[in-house]
Every structure is written in C-alpha cells, then in structure tokens.
Design a protein around this ligand. Structure first.
Ligand SMILES: [Zn+2]
Ligand SMILES: [Zn+2]
Length: 220
C-alpha cells in the first residue's frame, strides 16, 4: 500500500512492532514523513471547553459561550490548523479528492461505551456539488448515527468572517430513534467558533435529548 499523500510505499515500522499495546486499531494511511508534517495537539494543555491548544484554562470564547448559558462541549481536536492541514483540507474538501478520506482514520478513534457518534452533516447543496460528505468520509470507519440533517444556507461557513459565523442561524434538525444512549459525541472536521456544534447540540435538545453532548473534530 502507498501513502495517500506522497504515494511512496508504506513500510512496516520496525520500531512499533514490539509495542503491542500501542498498535493502532487501523493501519496508517500516511507515511511517517507526511504524517509528521501535521501538528498534533498536546491534550495536556488545551482549553477544557473547546480543546484550543496551549490554553490550560477556559479561553475567552468558552467563557462567552458559558455566559450565554451554554453547557460547554468539552470539545477536543486532534490537530492544529497549520499550513499542511490547510492544504490537506483544500485538496480533500475544496477540490473534492475523496480518496484522502481515510488519511487520519488510524488516529481518529473515539472510544467509550453508552454513547452515539453523530457526525455534522453537509448541506444538501454542498453534498450534491462535491459528491460526498467530508465529515462522513473522515469518520466513516466508526459506527456513526446519522441523526442530524442540515438545511441549505445562503453563504457557506468557510466564506464568512468570524463575526458572521457567530451570527449564523440554526439550520440543523435532529431525528432521534426511540432509544438513545446517555451521551452523544458530535463529530466535525473543523472547530472554528463553535457556532456549528452548539447549533447541533441545540437541535438535539429540541428533539428531546437530555443527556450529555460532547464533541470532537479533526482540527481546531
Ligand atoms: Zn507520504
Ligand atoms: Zn475554549
């Protein structure tokens, strides 16, 4: 098999074969050199509310969400939005290069019991243009609960300023099955202001879900 980014053959790393406990649940899709270009977030020093790197106490944004009466999402992300990650997202989402969807599958593991993993869906218009749902692609190796739908909005989040993003109106609807576990983990590709995820949580509440809602994203 070849690295999804540089297309060089992937070799078994002899350094990892001895560490049985550290063996990932899925095989890496990127070679070590390509993978090393992405900046993994040190989870020991993140904001407890949103997973922002190097913010060991609650950041300004999270204080604002809290002041608005939100219960924080205890969000965590795996990677920083550095230039190599921006390039990756541009190729995957922007250019619609679907074969990159599993690039981080070995890293994107969400373990835990009594929880449902609910991805943030694409708008139908975007789905139709791109031909795939980028978040479903990234997390497609996990058992996903497709309980949210998103109405088409006039301007995509990516084309908005920060202030405009925060003013975005609710466009999610949740359809829950009869039996829902006590915790829902929302999954997204990128956490910017948190607006999208808090809307998704509000949709779950509106559909009657009273349990815990937390969230994860590839990038913060
Ligand atoms: Zn590579
Ligand atoms: Zn925060």
């Amino acid at each position: 098999m070849n690295c999804l980014l540089c297309h060089q053959p992937l070799r078994d790393d002899p350094g990892l074969s001895g560490l049985l406990d550290a063996r990932p649940l899925r095989l890496a899709q990127l070679c070590r050199r390509c993978f090393a270009r992405f900046d993994q977030i040190d989870q020991q020093t993140v904001c407890p509310g949103c997973g922002r790197a190097d913010s060991p106490s609650l950041c300004q944004d999270c204080r604002r969400w809290k002041a608005q009466g939100e219960q924080l999402l205890n969000h965590r992300a795996w990677f920083r939005y550095t230039a190599p990650m921006k390039d990756f997202i541009q190729q995957y989402k922007g250019l619609g290069d679907y074969h990159l969807h599993g690039a981080f599958a070995d890293v994107l593991q969400v373990v835990g019991e009594n929880q449902a993993l609910v991805p943030i869906p694409s708008e139908r218009g975007h789905y139709a243009r791109r031909g795939f749902d980028p978040v479903l692609g990234l997390f497609g190796h996990l058992p996903l609960a497709l309980w949210l739908t998103k109405a088409d909005t006039p301007v995509p989040q990516a084309q908005k300023t920060r202030a405009e993003r925060l003013l975005t109106r609710q466009s999610f609807t949740a359809h829950l099955p009869a039996k829902v576990p006590p915790r829902i983990v929302l999954l997204d590709d990128l956490y910017t202001t948190g607006r999208t995820l808090y809307h998704a949580k509000a949709a779950l509440r509106a559909a009657g879900f009273e349990g815990e809602v937390i969230s994860r994203s590839l990038i913060r």
